[in-house]
Design a protein around this ligand. Structure first.
Ligand code: FAD
Ligand code: NAP
Length: 335
């Protein structure tokens, strides 16, 4: 619970932005968290792996690092296993554990940075699978009601890169652990993106979750910047959805526009494609840049400040608005 003051957050965010936290402490149980909260009068900011945040200034709030560990099977039936995982467990380590145990459901979510505790925040998703598909419940400490609450699937209002924790309950709850419902009998999902192509390249004879995980790892490693090498927080913007009228209007102007039909009859557009069409792929403003392999990702080439990255994001939003009359929404949490 060691409280530190004027700490650089550079090692604690994958953009590598050098700002100071006025105060910072960690907690490794709900009891420790409650003791800390009793002792603090400032606002608090909960930090996981720092892979979905952009710090644009020094942080006045008291930064609390969640270090609740542990992984345990809490229930099992013929088809499913229910696993409770502490918030500080690294997401990919959890995925790897599932693969070793032959529990399916999270293999498509391989190699997503960050911690399990943050995974419900934006209902993490990749390659056609979202956290909500394997979510069972979570326990969170409600800082206003001052009690631990259990949230079921319906309580979380999961949406596309969204949840109640990013909206109504923003900064109000601290997620302590998440319980997942994983499948003992796998149902494979390989239709998305380049997975099948990669599996063919890998010469996989009999499909299995370890192979799917490896295929996803291979694809991600080939096109996404590794935050250890170049600072970034993954996709900076969400993919926008438009109604069919707007989509066909755009299609008449931009023949190659990339769109995917959504269940409610809308079209999801690939934001990376929109940014690329504005001529911004690989663009640089000093050390703030648009990644040259995936235009949805903004990067820190070295010494960019959070404001530099934020200004670049404004430039991208303006350019897309001007060319397509679409307003991109940021996915990354701005502080
Ligand atoms: P942080 O960045 O530490 O926090 C994110 C937000 O959640 C903050 O607002 C923080 O206050 C809050 N928070 C964190 N922990 C808690 C808690 N225990 N209780 C309450 N609030 C909390 N995301 C995807 O969805 N799909 C992807 O495929 C994907 N790929 C990525 C690839 C790269 C290279 C990178 C850098 C990022 C990627 N991301 C992706 C984004 C990011 O990894 C995820 O959003 C991840 O879940 C963030 O976890 P974190 O622990 O780093 O959260
Ligand atoms: P990609 O495969 O090049 O595809 C580009 C976009 O098209 C993606 O954003 C994806 O939307 C969409 N798409 C592709 N195939 C689709 C299908 N069959 N049905 C519906 N939509 C489809 O994307 P990528 O950049 O390499 O990323 C691959 C996956 O990893 C995507 O799911 C992406 O969301 C995820 N990812 C997320 C982050 C992040 O930080 N959030 C970072 C890197 C990768 P969706 O994004 O809606 O899936």
């Amino acid at each position: 619970m060691n409280i530190q003051h004027n700490i650089s957050l550079k090692p604690f965010n994958t953009f590598g932005i050098d700002v100071l936290a006025k105060s910072m402490a960690s907690f490794s149980s709900a009891d420790e968290l409650m003791i800390l909260l009793d002792a603090i009068s400032e606002d608090v900011m909960i930090l996981g792996g720092g892979s979905n945040v952009l710090f644009t200034k020094n942080v006045d709030a008291f930064v609390l690092k969640n270090e609740i560990a542990g992984m345990e099977v809490v229930k099992e039936d013929a088809l499913h296993v229910y696993v409770r995982v502490g918030a500080s467990v690294n997401w990919h380590a959890f995925v790897q554990h599932c693969i070793v145990q032959n529990w399916s459901g999270v293999e498509n979510l391989s190699l997503i940075p960050g911690n399990v505790g943050a995974s419900p925040m934006q209902n993490i998703g990749a390659y056609g699978v979202e956290l909500k598909d394997v979510f069972f419940t979570l326990d969170a400490y409600d800082m206003q009601e001052r009690k631990i609450r259990t949230f079921t699937l319906n309580d979380c209002a999961f949406g596309y890169r969204d949840s109640i924790f990013k909206k109504e309950l923003k900064n109000q709850v601290v997620i302590l652990d998440v319980t997942f419902r994983l499948n003992k009998v796998p149902s494979f999902n390989t239709s998305y993106g380049a997975i099948e192509e990669e599996l063919a390249k890998m010469d996989v004879k009999e499909l299995n979750i370890a192979a799917i995980s490896q295929a996803v790892i291979n694809i991600r490693s080939s096109k996404l910047p590794d935050p250890k090498v170049i600072g970034n927080a993954g996709s900076f913007f969400k993919n926008p959805t438009v109604n069919m009228i707007k989509y066909f209007h755009l299609k008449s102007q931009f023949e190659n526009i990339v769109g995917y039909k959504q269940p409610k009859g809308e079209m999801k557009l690939a934001a990376g494609w929109l940014v690329e069409q504005c001529g911004l792929k690989g663009h640089r403003n000093g050390d703030a840049g648009v990644h040259d392999k995936q235009a949805l990702v903004l990067v820190n080439h070295g010494h960019a400040t959070g404001s530099d990255i934020f200004e670049l994001s404004e430039k991208v939003i303006d350019a897309v608005k001007k060319k397509f009359n679409i307003t991109l929404e940021r996915e990354v949490n701005i502080y």
